[in-house]
Design a protein around this ligand. Structure first.
Ligand code: ADP
Ligand code: MG
Length: 501
């Protein structure tokens, strides 16, 4: 497979070397390509066994998204939430309906932050949890990681996951499960509740500096477990308030960590050996160690992860005192009272809206195209389809047919009575045409730009009419000129069952 990995942190580097070692072609998109070497060294541990060392060569390390994305099967995005919106804006021109984005991990608001890419037809998949525990040894050069025994993912808006699951098993070489709805990913009680509860327990009680940087998991305490259980309960309440989505995969932490009391959870989190060396997001100050609010544990897991959960609770009018308490502490501590993601900006104000947002079908704009008798008869259909496909538009329906005068009257209803109308109908019914439904971002306007001016003498160079039209009547193609006419015209030529969106 040809893979692009976005982000050169712990997980990105581990995936890059893991996939490259399995002979996949790996491109890395990073802002710091100059700090990378082509050969990456890895050390992988499997619990209880000595570390295995290996290395593998990357295909390309670049800051150029066009080059990094070029004909890749999957784009893995490991960027933290707080940079995802800027990323989406920057790379949108290089994304279309063929793009498969895989978020590692999938929670933290990707389904909102990456909307510019989804509007262009990209498909979004998210991992429930991270596939490894990974730590860089040296940036751009070497990494240590340990595989999780299994992975699971969901597609945003019910895209078929069968082939993606198969590909993920090939890439990660562990079993992969698929969960029904992306909402399960967003509600997974992972970092957004795990990191926030520990940090609030650590820094929320007192303002004094710490003598050292505390171990994050190995020094986990009962206060953190108590908050974590409360947050976990509030997440489970959100799931219960959304009975129309199957959220049975959102497993309570009590079950996930097989611990149903506070001391049992503390003991469990302290004893996970692969997490034992992880430190807390702290930095050294004059008087000792203090929280590093720029760290992604704060920026992502509070501002995105937990605040999005809190907004689900608010939308569903559920009491969520602990989420509120923890978020309020963070906001006062950082002075940041702005919501990074506002669900209402995405039309989410009720349970119904949540179902709609996560269950919605393809909402991309559609247009009707006719390849007229002249261009179709001369065998230009293939070339014309290629122009549309190369521009990133997807063919949802296509048929070869002959227009009847009745059909022409329906389609060209606005032109009845015009001096050119009889000639237009004669021409359109003279030989077969090809009718198409295309979809994509801004497809109505853009297809008309690709077609060029009605009169080929005035059509711009490179447009379809400049290339293939003969005159004002025999002008090669038709395309709808507005959303209203697209909706009307599509139904003249196609039944809903013939449109594959
Ligand atoms: P477009 O196809 O670019 O949307 P119109 O909707 O104005 O253009 O016209 C519909 C079709 O009628 C044109 O594509 C062309 O085939 C025909 N037509 C329009 N104007 C003329 C004209 N002045 N002379 C001959 N044919 C015309
Ligand atoms: Mg028109």
């Amino acid at each position: 497979m040809k893979i692009c990995i976005v982000g050169g942190g712990n997980l990105g580097t581990a995936m890059a070397v893991d996939f490259a070692a399995k002979n996949h072609t790996v491109n890395v998109l990073t802002s710091r390509p100059q700090d990378w070497q082509r050969k990456i060294f890895a050390s992988i541990t499997t619990s209880g066994e000595p570390a295995q060392e290996f290395s593998a060569d990357l295909n390309l390390v670049t800051s150029d998204a066009a080059a990094a994305f070029d004909s890749t099967d999957y784009i893995f995005v490991t960027l933290p939430s707080h940079v995802q919106a800027a990323f989406a804006e920057k790379v949108a021109p290089f994304v279309n309906y063929k793009t498969k984005l895989v978020m590692i991990p999938g929670f933290g608001g990707a389904e909102f932050l990456l909307q510019p890419l989804l509007k262009r037809g990209a498909k979004l998949f998210g991992f429930t949890r991270v596939p490894y525990i990974a730590r860089l040894k040296q940036y751009g050069k070497s990494v240590w990681f340990e595989r999780k025994p299994s992975i699971s993912l969901a597609a945003f808006r019910g895209k078929d996951t069968t082939s993606v699951v198969r590909d993920m098993e090939k890439l990660f070489t562990v079993p992969c499960a698929a969960t029904d709805n992306y909402l399960s990913i967003t509600l997974t009680p992972s970092n957004p509740v795990l990191h926030t509860s520990r940090l609030y327990a650590m820094f929320g009680q007192s303002d004094s500096a710490f003598e050292r940087n505390e171990l994050f998991y190995a020094a986990w305490n009962d206060k953190a477990s108590e908050i974590l259980f409360k947050l976990d309960d509030e997440v489970q309440a959100i799931c219960r308030a959304l009975p129309e989505v199957d959220l049975s995969d959102v497993i309570s932490l009590k079950i996930h960590y097989e611990s149903d009391t506070i001391p049992a959870l503390t003991k469990k989190l302290r004893s996970i050996s692969s997490l034992s060396k992880i430190l807390s997001p702290m930095k050294q100050a004059a008087d000792g160690w203090r929280p590093d609010f720029d760290n992604r544990y704060f920026k992502c897991d509070f501002e995105f992860g937990l605040d999005i959960l809190l907004q689900f609770a608010e939308t569903l009018k559920l009491p969520s005192p602990t989420m509120n308490e923890v978020m309020t502490w963070y906001r006062h501590k950082t002075g940041n009272f702005m919501r990074a993601v506002k669900l209402s900006d995405y039309g989410i104000n009720s349970a119904e809206d949540i179902y709609k947002f996560y269950g919605g079908a393809n909402s991309m704009q559609k247009t009707l195209v006719l390849i007229k008798p002249d261009a179709f008869g001369k065998g230009h259909a293939g070339a014309i389809l290629k122009i549309y496909e190369d521009a990133g538009f997807k063919i949802l329906a296509a048929k070869v047919m002959r227009m009847t005068p009745e059909l022409a009257a329906k389609h060209y209803v606005e032109h009845i009575g015009r001096p050119y109308y009889p000639a237009l109908v004669d021409f359109m019914t003279s030989a077969p045409i090809m009718a198409l439904v295309l979809c994509g971002d801004d497809v109505i306007k853009k297809v008309r730009e690709l077609n060029g001016a009605t009169n080929p003498a005035e059509a711009a160079d490179g447009t379809i009419r400049k290339l293939y039209a003969e005159d004002k009547t025999k002008n090669a193609v038709h395309a709808s000129d507005s959303e209203t006419s697209a909706a009307r015209e599509i139904l003249i030529f196609f039944g809903a069952y013939e449109i594959f969106d």
